[in-house]
Design a binder for this molecule. Structure first.
Ligand code: ADP
Ligand code: MG
Length: 470
């Protein structure tokens, strides 16, 4: 009879339980999951590296006893260690340790044995900074929306690691210029201080490198590399949420760099106080330096960005076209980038003149793509669910305030996220006329100015809708 791994492991547990006492048993053995048995080798999965080390440091005799009793004198144990519990986007990652029961010391000494040989001093001239040279301060347009962040960035670029802006934490929504700004800081430092080692990584690179290093037992190299950096830029740190091991490693690197006066810059989609899935000690570190936000650009700034970008490509764009675009593209600057690139394409390759008609045509195609998936129905449903009001009442004629406000918000999003005219939007809300819709848009904008709670509700809803669009 071939016993399955669960039965075998349960037999082992009986032996273990007798030897270690109830408390140790439930702390260290209950969480273990048997994975497979092959001949005389049983593989178990443990929740963390620490867990594995603890078992191997403290329970080898008892594990041996149990395995030999259950699997015979040559019974052996292998571990599958969960090194990153993953999050909603990624499954957990495990590392395999084939020689359980007493060989951990050997693995460790192997690590420290070869690490001195693999330690390489980085050369600032040749190290790949992963910076995009096109992102500079020169082509970053200053506006009310980004003034503080930009000034802080400039200060850091002049004296990395020396100002109190360490870490510098920049946050803001999609396409507000976070990546552009932090790369501009990196480029500035690289150009003016060629002996400094600058490194830009986004969260994804960092996590991937870290997990690779773990799996290949190259953690020491990984750390050595990061600890030599003078300016570390970590973009989109919010995606480290829930990744405990990666956070721990970053925490370690962060502390070391900070202590030795190196500069750390991070970006995130929200302020540290709102970041979920992070260890408290890490969040409190994020607040040590300066936290500055970037807001969606206002009309003037958008206009300036449009002109700057077109100029850089040697194209003149009539003022009325620029104004039209600045008004019309109100999703985010990345979409604006798409629209401008398309215009440049038409102007240079197809030799068309950039006028209002061309702009409208281009906009129509691009905005349709962006918004292909969002319909009035979807907006109405999402908004009514968000405010917990009845969908039909919201689309109908009810005049109660608690219904009127969600209705106005839904109209506001229909204007922002669909191609419908004001009249058609009114049509979708119980046959109202276009002036009612205009009034709704104005009330929503007024309320957003005066009521911060309302504003954040609308923004949150906007994010939900945008998620659907991407
Ligand atoms: P984020 O990282 O905040 O999502 P990005 O930095 O990727 O945003 O910006 C999106 C696009 O908008 C980029 O092409 C960037 O160059 C441009 N952009 C954003 N803000 C500015 C600005 N203030 N001046 C010039 N271009 C900007
Ligand atoms: Mg970015």
């Amino acid at each position: 009879m071939v016993a399955d791994c669960t039965t075998l492991w349960n037999d082992c547990l009986e032996v273990i339980r007798e030897s270690v006492g109830e408390e140790n048993y439930s702390t260290w053995f209950k969480p273990i999951v048997p994975v497979q048995v092959e001949g005389e080798v049983l593989t178990i999965q443990v929740p963390s590296q620490f867990f594995y080390e603890w078992l191997e440091d403290n329970y080898v005799p008892v594990l041996k006893k149990a395995l030999q009793k259950v699997l015979g004198p040559n019974g052996r144990l292998e571990y599958s260690v969960v090194v990153d519990s993953g999050n909603t986007n990624t499954p957990p990652v495990t590392v395999h340790y084939p020689n359980g029961m007493g060989s951990r010391k050997a693995v460790n000494s192997l690590d420290s044995e070869y690490s001195p040989f693999t330690y390489k001093a980085l050369n600032p001239q040749t190290v790949n900074s992963r910076l995009n040279p096109n992102y500079t301060f020169d082509n970053f347009v200053e506006g009310d929306c980004n003034r503080l962040a930009r000034s802080a960035g400039l200060a850091v670029a002049k004296k990395p690691g020396v100002t109190s802006f360490n870490p510098l934490m920049l946050y803001g929504g999609v396409g507000v210029g976070k990546t552009h700004l932090v790369q501009a800081i990196g480029n500035e430092i690289r150009n003016n201080m060629p002996d400094k080692i600058v490194l830009y990584v986004d969260q994804n690179d960092f996590t991937t490198q870290f997990l690779n290093a773990l799996q290949n037992h190259k953690l020491q190299d990984f750390q050595n590399f990061y600890l030599q950096v003078d300016l570390l830029i970590l973009d989109d740190v919010q995606f480290l949420a829930g990744r405990e091991k990666t956070q721990e490693m970053f925490f370690h690197i962060f502390n070391q760099l900070h202590q030795s006066g190196k500069q750390v810059i991070m970006t995130s989609d929200c302020p540290p106080r709102d970041m979920k899935g992070f260890q408290e000690r890490l969040l409190s570190r994020f607040k040590w330096g300066l936290t500055a936000d970037l807001q969606e650009p206002d009309f003037e700034t958008k206009l300036a960005i449009i002109h700057r970008k077109m100029q850089a490509d040697g194209i003149t764009i009539p003022t009325e076209v620029a104004e039209y675009l600045a008004y019309s593209v109100d999703t985010n600057l990345r979409d604006m980038e798409g629209v401008l690139n398309s215009l440049i394409f038409h102007a240079t390759l197809l030799k068309k003149e950039i006028d209002l008609d061309l702009a409208k045509e281009v906009l129509k195609n691009i905005i349709k793509e962006i918004q292909a998936d969002v319909s009035v129905d979807f907006i109405q449903k999402t908004v009514s669910e968000y405010f917990k009001v009845d969908l039909d009442s919201m689309k109908g004629k009810v005049k109660k305030r608690e219904i009127v406000i969600p209705r106005q918000v839904a109209m506001y999003f229909c204007k922002r996220y669909t191609q419908l005219t004001l009249a058609l939007i009114g049509e979708n809300f119980g046959g109202r006329d276009h002036s009612t819709v205009i009034h709704a848009l104005e009330s929503v904008e007024d309320m957003m100015k005066t009521d911060a709670n309302f504003k954040s509700s609308v923004e949150e809803l906007g994010k939900k809708l945008k998620l659907r669009m991407n």
